[in-house]
Design a protein around this ligand. Sequence first.
Ligand code: HEM
Length: 467
Amino acid sequence: MAPFLVPILLLLLALALLIRAARRPALRALPPGPKGLPLLGNLFQVPSTLLWVKLIEWSKVYGPIYSYTLLWQPIIVLTRLRDASALLDRLSAKTSDRPRLIKLSEHMCRGRQFGVIPRNDLWKRYRRAAHESLNVRAAQNYWRMQEEEARILLDGLINHPEIEAAKHLQRESSSIAWRALFGHMTIPLEGPDPSEPMEEFIHESFRAVVPGSSIVDVFPFLNLLITRSKVLRSESDKFYEKAAAFFTESFSEPQTATALKWFLLAMILYPETAAPARAELERVVGDRPPSFADMDRLPQIEAMVKEVLRWRPPAAAGLAHMATEDIVYEEYLIPKGAILFPLAWSICRDPSVYPNGETFDPSRFIDSAGNVKSPLPRTHEDYLAFGHGRRICVGKSLAINSLSISIAHLLWAFDFQKGVDEHGAEVTPDPMAFLDNGATVYPKPFPVKFVPRISGLADRLKAVLSK
Ligand code: HEM
């Protein structure tokens, strides 16, 4: 072989390898998605409310995993359990960051709001502390308080039918958060609500939690101007001062109250689904109020809670995660910095896991022996509404306990009937009439009539409440 041939062959080989390496990323692209405008991307196609409805619509056109862009920011939407689990659970080391939310995280909360801060040391400290006080075992410390609150809820519904049901549910959920997170006293139904600033804080932050929901998040270069201008910052500054006095692990109480509103709506539209749970309550607790000590013998209540959260996940769009490294996933490239949206609404009705997902049917979680079915792998015990990976909801156990004890009490105490409007006409609530505050999707208000099922209900409650 001619002596110059070897270096030439080596050179050609190196060149071929280089070309292959250079080509590889080009073979991988973002998942497909709606065509946008040059530079602006899909900015003008994204609605300011009910974003998740648009995202579902797009998934029907572009497939279960697709992408869109807001200016140069790629957003990848995950609508199947398989993809959400692979990317957010299995690869959670690379996908547990949050997107930069300049208005909410940096201005309104000055980098201290647990749920939206980046995956930094402060977040790790928050997460450890929250886990210590809210894990499955620790959550048992709140059982007595949650039982008491469920009974106060019933007492309010009996004695104040003139107050709409949503307000009763709101009071109960706020009061549980107020007592568990701050150690305060129960919030009364009437009179000044001491948690009101917390409510305002949560509602304002929920509005700002959607990526691209504020002008500075769409055009980050404006941040320079805003940080230098007291006038432009004044609203965020005011918000921060109020919030600092009421620092709270948000994402909590509105979601629980929302789930209870959806529960009532399901009971109105699918009244037959309450029968197995009621039969079980009659057998296990009879005419005394239920308690956490009964829960092991109330699988129908567990199934009901799972189904309410599956049918109407309160955070319908899920909460955005962000990739901290390039990820090659199947034929796609998920670039570092891409936002990942686990679309809870779709994931919770993934037909490969929950067939007939549009129908409210708690029996899907019950096996032939009447026990709760073993959950399928990767479904987080069939509680996909609480998100994924290292960012999964830290308040999950507290929330499940609140819902279980409240739903058990409501089913034990009342039959639910359609309420009437101001003209006395019966109202059938529309299950697809939504209100949306960014992070939470709740039903449009609807009237409910609560008909006691237990004789002497008010006195029975009074007796247990005065103990
Ligand atoms: C039915 C009630 C609730 C639902 C459906 C819910 C749902 C969620 C979801 C979807 C996330 C985002 C998960 C992700 O990024 O993948 C989240 C995060 C969070 N939740 Fe909940 N949640 C509920 C109740 C609560 C309660 C009662 C608390 C506090 C006591 C709480 C505290 C938090 C916190 C602090 C985060 C942020 C965690 C982090 O970023 O590391 N949540 N929740």
